[in-house]
Structures are given as C-alpha cells and as structure tokens.
Write a protein that binds this ligand. Sequence first.
Ligand SMILES: C[S@@+](CC[C@H](N)C(=O)[O-])C[C@H]1O[C@@H](n2cnc3c(N)ncnc32)[C@H](O)[C@@H]1O
Length: 298
Amino acid sequence: MEYHVPVMLDECLEGLNIKKDGTYIDVTFGGGGHSRAIMNKLGAKGRLIVFDQDDDALANAIDDPRFLLVPYNFRYLHKFCRLEQALGADGIIADLGISSHQIDVRERGFSYMLGGTLDMRMNRSNPLTAAHILNHYEEKDLLILLSQYGEVRNAKRLSRAIVQRRRQAAFSTISDFIEFLSTLSIGNRNKYLSQVFQALRIEVNDEINALKEMLLDSLKVLGPGGRMVVMSYHSLEDRLVKRFFRSGNFEGEVHRDSYGNTDLPWKVITKKAIEAGKGEVASNVRARSAKLRIAEKL
Ligand SMILES: C[S@@+](CC[C@H](N)C(=O)[O-])C[C@H]1O[C@@H](n2cnc3c(N)ncnc32)[C@H](O)[C@@H]1O
C-alpha cells in the first residue's frame, strides 16, 4: 500500500518558489512526496532538511548528500536549523496532521474504522495515549479538549459519561469506545466520531501548541523573501495559520503604533486559502478538506 499521496503537490511547489541553490525545510516529511519533488528542483548546492517525529517515516529517507532527516518534533525547528546552519532558509513547507500510512496501520489507533487500541501517538516514545486520556483525565479537562479541539456539541454530557463508565471498566480498545459512544452520538454518526477522535488526537500529540511553536520559529528560520507554505486539514489549524500570516500573532490582531504604522512580518500570498481541484479530490479523498496558505517573510 502506498505510504501517502502528496496533496496539492504543484500548488505547494509553486508556493515555495524554489531557487536551485536554496535551502528548504519540509517539517512534515511523511512519505516524502513533497520532499522528493523539492529535491528534483534543487541544484548541486541546494539543501533539504526534513522533520518527522514518527519512526515509520524514517524508512522513506532520501539517499542524497543534499538531504538531511531530523527525527524530531517540528516544534524544535529553530533549534535544529541553527545547529545545521540553515538559518536564513528560502522556504518551509508544513503538511499538517497524519499520513495515510498512519491511518491505515490498525495498531496506530488513529482510525475509528479499523479498530485497534486507543493509541493515536505520532511519536511512539511519548507516554501519553488516547486510552490514558480517557481513563485518567479529570472531567473538566475532558470537557475542554472535546469542546475546543473537537467542537463536540454535547461535550459536557460526553465527558461526564466517560468518567462514569471508566469507574466500571477502563477504556482500551477502539471498538469498545465506539460502542460506548453509540448511545451518546448526536447528528451524523461519522461526523461525531471524527470530532471525538480529532479531539483526542490533537491532545495526544499536543498538535496546537506544536503548530504555534513551529510557526513562531519559522520567522526566525526564514530569510527575507523566504516562503512559508502550510496545508491544514481542519478549521482550528487553518484559523491559526490565517491569523498568524495576517498579523504575526495567533489572535489575528494587527498592531499599529501611534502613527498608525504596522510592522507585519509576512506578505500574504494567498488572500483566500487554496483548495484542491475536483479531479484531485475525486482521486484522493484526503485532499477534500485541505486548505493551503502561502506567505512570504518580509
Ligand atoms: C500529512 S503527513 C505529510 C505527508 C508528506 N507531505 C508526503 O508527501 O508524504 C504528516 C507527517 O508529519 C508528521 N508530523 C505531524 N506533526 C508533526 C510534528 N509536530 N513534528 C514532526 N512531525 C510531525 C507525521 O508523523 C506525518 O508523517
């Protein structure tokens, strides 16, 4: 089975505006689809540094002296780029979330369709799993994550029910958890399950904080004129990216000095997010929810 089919490949490459001898960073290497296309455009002096926190992605490493794989969380973007003397980089690409490979492997526990254990870790050396959250988080913390990360409409009822149920039996398998959810689900069942699973996955992998740290680091890593290309798959992430590009902060507020001048870090290239065309969506369902935003560092 294919590891992952890269989404909006041409649009991402165009967004990066690749210079032959430039230094590029792919913070979400995965199957390396975007990375390989970047490598093909680089000349002998070009460089590509990639990040992935999932061990499975290491097998896709590209055997090329211009390529370097950093097997860590992209929240350490600046730290590693400084170590590798890659500050002043020409472009960064982030294709957020999980790969098809991670979804397809049952034991990883990302898919409510496949069953397996309640794991959901991208980095399997981290201790926090989805089962731990369900079995140990306090009701008020479950409520926060279900409502904020999953926008689950009955988060209050669900968090209370989780705490009651685990007094009788701990959660361990996805099939058991789904059965438990069957009486609590409201509206479209699949949408409800997706929202609950999304909330757990974001918490397990601390995705929102990692994204914020990486975005802040991108400003320290890119040189002037460097391109930032980000693809998100849900509105929480896309909103953060949109605001950060507009204002340099996550509230999206443009600050002005007493003369009315702004000091914006980005020139926004995509006023409106780019979405995949009909043909791509028809052949790759994952492309359906993708939103691509591009900005240039001023
Ligand atoms: C959507 S896939 C990327 C697919 C890739 N663009 C391709 O063409 O194959 C996202 C990848 O980023 C990794 N990832 C997600 N968040 C990460 C983080 N905070 N730090 C490091 N890697 C991360 C995941 O493990 C996954 O392999």
